[in-house]
Design a protein around this ligand. Structure first.
Ligand code: FAD
Length: 492
């Protein structure tokens, strides 16, 4: 069987480009000739520093040593996101990565908790989630068997450098240059080569578009089209600034809702990443910049960086001999730190669908269907945060409460409100997270599963008590996050 895909060209060297290069070279390097072209004069987007736990698995797949990665990227551990003022001003909750409590075959833990709470037998929902308690207590450790479910905060520019070294070690050739033309085969419409400013041409069998929001290959050359979701997610702008750390890094991201915006705070070892995501129809750039600068701590290390974005997805993420990875494939605002996850999803999915001989449309279509599903479910989860709010203090929040939402999300909200159930469709990413966010935003189910009523009160109290004791005992084994991190790093 002879492969038709032997030469791969990756256009763009941001997080998407170098993650793609790292995975393809490590996992298929011997069989492929991989070239990555990037332009220092254009640079990268310069944000994208909070992740979710799937990155841990990506690193394991590639054999990346965690301590080396943390040292190279000034990384820290992340156990969740603290949402402040989202439900209402002064109300906070944590969306932590772990599972809360223990499910039974018939229903989730929330059903037991709801009844126990009515009977005065249970504390706050978060007391039964190890990651939430650990985050709040600023603790972290790797525990054997069912330890913490964690992710990282990382410095995006350092991460690209780290992955570049990794990829070059597996044979990736980097070319510095600006792509000025994308040349297509006249008969098939497939991409034939990328022409650089220097006149040099990079030909290939398959092209991966990691050119960020420019989408030079998938859109500018192949015109696949873009589906906008801005009617559901009104934010379209961000301003970002880095500051010196004023306290040891905490193992969670902060997401602080403002009048017509929300602010992120991402703690790294050496600095903090800050940004304000806002809707330009409610707040102008100057006032956003001012709002961010009055709400940061520590010396400012960079000038404010203004970023405009469009929320939505490319109509086809794989088209002909081109795959879009990263911002070129679409964008969902960073509220749940899901973009790097979507990068890795496209990479791993591409490896699964890697054309054995020629590109088959049936595989391309299935790839695109799965990629669409992933994005839609994450989109719904992000919209949930805006929709289910009790805030009525500004036009922005009043709009969010009243705006129409996708049917898929409306069903999920109604199901939880009326029955307490959350069901997982296919392999959707977030499961337990739905309950944490819905409860955190004040959406309390009207009833719980009737099966729970068959449990004698005493048994329910014992069950809830046992779950709490398990979390307590694991908590006692965790160390201070900063001390644990320092102990892992090679030069400490
Ligand atoms: P880019 O970083 O823009 O890289 C594009 C590359 O293409 C660059 O190397 C550039 O030089 C190259 N290029 C472009 N045009 C040419 C050309 N003509 N010739 C040669 N090279 C070219 N994601 C998360 O997971 N977590 C977060 O916390 C998070 N926060 C975010 C906050 C904001 C405000 C935004 C907008 C995004 C955030 N993201 C986050 C998304 C994240 O930044 C991106 O998914 C990630 O950085 C990948 O970007 P990229 O590599 O696709 O694009």
């Amino acid at each position: 069987m002879s492969r038709t895909i032997k030469k791969i060209v990756i256009a763009g060297g941001g997080t998407a480009g170098w993650m793609t290069a790292a995975a393809l070279s490590k996992l298929m390097g011997g069989e492929l000739e991989i070239t990555l072209v990037e332009s220092e004069s254009i640079g990268t987007i310069g944000v994208g520093e909070a992740t979710i736990p799937t990155l841990v698995f990506f690193h394991r797949l590639l054999g990346i040593d965690e301590a080396e990665f943390l040292a190279a990227t000034q990384g820290t551990y992340k156990l969740g996101i603290r949402f402040e003022n989202w439900r209402d001003r002064g109300e906070n909750y944590m969306h932590a990565f772990g599972v809360t409590g223990r499910d039974c075959w018939a229903c989730g833990f929330q059903h037991f908790w709801l009844r126990a709470r009515q009977l005065g037998l249970a504390g706050d929902f978060g007391e039964y989630c190890l990651e939430r308690r650990a985050a709040e207590a600023h603790k972290f450790s790797h525990l054997p068997n069912n330890g913490l479910n964690y992710a990282f905060h990382l410095d995006a520019s350092r991460y690209a450098v780290f992955l570049r070294e990794f990829s070059e070690g597996f044979g990736v050739k980097r070319v510095e240059g600006k792509i000025s033309e994308v040349n297509l085969h006249p008969d098939t419409g497939y991409i034939r080569a990328l022409k650089l400013d220097s006149g040099r041409e990079l030909d290939g069998d398959f092209f991966i578009d990691c050119t960020g929001m420019r989408a030079l290959l998938i859109e500018k050359a192949l015109h696949t089209g873009f589906e906008s979701w801005s009617h559901w997610l009104p934010c379209d702008s961000a301003v970002a600034v880095q500051t010196k750390a004023v306290e040891p890094p905490v193992p969670f991201t902060r997401s602080i809702a403002r009048e017509s915006a929300w602010q992120w705070r991402i703690p790294l070892q050496h600095r903090v990443g800050n940004g304000l995501v806002y809707a330009s129809s409610y707040q102008n750039d100057e006032s956003a910049r001012e709002q961010l600068l009055t709400n940061i701590e520590g010396d400012q290390l960079t000038d404010p960086l203004l970023i405009k974005f469009q929320t939505g997805r490319r109509r086809k993420q794989w088209h002909r001999n081109c795959l879009a990875v990263g911002l070129s494939s679409g964008f969902l605002e960073p509220l749940e730190s899901t973009s790097i996850h979507l990068i890795q999803q496209n990479i791993v999915r591409f490896l699964r669908f890697f054309p054995q001989t020629e590109i088959r449309q049936v595989e391309v279509d299935e790839f695109n269907r799965q990629a669409d599903f992933d994005m839609e479910r994450i989109r719904d989860f992000i919209i949930l945060h805006y929709k289910v709010t009790e805030r009525t203090d500004t036009d922005f929040w009043r709009h969010c409460r009243q705006m129409s939402i996708p049917d898929s999300l409306a069903t999920k909200i109604d199901m939880f409100r009326e029955t307490g159930h959350v069901f997982r469709a296919d392999n959707e990413l977030f499961v337990d997270s739905w309950q944490q966010v819905m409860l955190g935003q004040g959406l309390m189910p009207e009833r719980y599963h009737s099966l729970v009523d068959t449990m004698p009160e005493r048994e329910l109290a014992d069950f809830i008590g046992q779950v709490k004791a398990e979390v307590d005992s694991k908590m006692a084994r965790l160390k201070d996050h900063n001390a644990y991190l320092a102990g892992l790093l090679p030069d400490s």
